[in-house]
Design a protein around this ligand. Structure first.
Ligand SMILES: [Zn+2]
Ligand SMILES: [Zn+2]
Length: 306
């Protein structure tokens, strides 16, 4: 399972239909939050994501619309008796932020929260995937993130193995796991029966940013790019001044990077009634694009299963 759940898709200000920034990834049951705007915990309840499996929060930057949900979420998890540790990652000073948070609320936390300062270029290695930290260009120190899964072992060629006289059973697993098998004086190599390693999935979350080379490079051949598209191109100057991206610019970047799918988020309240301008200008450049809505969920398939 690799599901992306859009819990908050508003740009800067919440609207009646859009909460402030929060994007959740459910990868094989492990939950990760990318930003955690005010009210994210209620959005999690509405989306029925649960909280216990939340392992990490990745903060893109310290604007209020990306972090204000964290104190409340921590308090609720503590109230529910959480014991699992939580890691909070973000730009410089996240460590201090977590320390102050833990002290401020007089919480009696029964779980450990670790705040980890990150820099562009850092790679967090996890079991089966890694998080690549990307430098972005916003009005305050900011980061984007790429979740990159490890390569998977190649497909096992059952017929070929049988042809070579390997009996189905434990020897199949040995070969699939890369072990050499001796059989009646013959040597069977894993590469005789196992195909090339298959790519895992890759998604990129830009956070708030101008279009930038860091996100472009990290997004090469990504299965999904979730990009700031606060404004439409008729607000180009304001996009530059406020250090956000227009829908057209996000589409141009997605096209250049060769991503498979683009989802536009951080939508300004000026489009609260109608996102058509954003969608149309993006579609004119890059076909496979949608505008995120709160509570929207999408499954990201393996690249070889599309
Ligand atoms: Zn924002
Ligand atoms: Zn911001």
């Amino acid at each position: 399972m690799f599901r992306v759940i859009f819990l908050g898709t508003a740009g800067s200000l919440p609207t009646k239909d859009r909460n402030t920034s929060a994007t959740m990834v459910n990868r094989e049951g492990e939950l990760m939050l990318f930003d955690c705007g005010e009210g994210t915990q209620q959005q999690m309840m509405r989306a029925k994501t649960g909280m216990k499996a939340l392992s990490s929060i990745f903060i893109s930057h310290f604007h209020a619309d990306h972090i204000l949900g964290i104190p409340g979420l921590i308090q609720t998890m503590s109230f529910h008796g959480r014991t699992e540790p939580l890691k909070i990652y973000g730009p410089h000073r996240v460590h201090e932020f977590v320390r102050i948070l833990s002290a401020l609320g007089y919480y009696k936390l029964r779980f450990e929260i670790e705040g980890i300062d990150l820099e562009a270029g850092d790679i967090i290695k996890r079991d089966g995937y890694s998080i690549h930290v990307i430098g972005t260009e916003h009005s305050v120190p900011s980061l984007g993130y790429a979740l990159v899964e490890d390569k998977r072992t190649g497909k096992f060629n059952r017929e070929k193995a049988m042809e070579l006289g390997v009996p189905p059973g434990p020897l199949f697993s040995k070969l699939h796991n890369g072990e050499v098998v001796e059989l009646d004086g013959r040597t069977i190599l894993p590469e005789d029966v196992v195909g090339d390693a298959r790519p895992g999935r890759k998604i990129v979350y830009s956070g708030d940013t101008r279009p930038c080379s860091g996100i472009l490079e990290a997004s090469r051949d990504a299965d999904l790019l979730i990009h700031d598209a606060t404004l439409s191109k008729d607000q180009q100057e304001w996009a530059i001044e406020s250090m956000h991206t227009t829908a057209e610019e996000a589409a141009l970047l997605a096209k250049e990077a060769g991503v498979k799918q683009l989802i536009l988020t951080h939508i300004s309240s000026r489009y609260s009634d109608d996102v058509t301008p954003l969608l149309e200008e993006a579609k004119a450049v890059f076909g496979n694009v949608i505008v995120a809505e709160d509570m929207m969920e999408i499954e990201v398939p393996y690249p070889d299963k599309k």
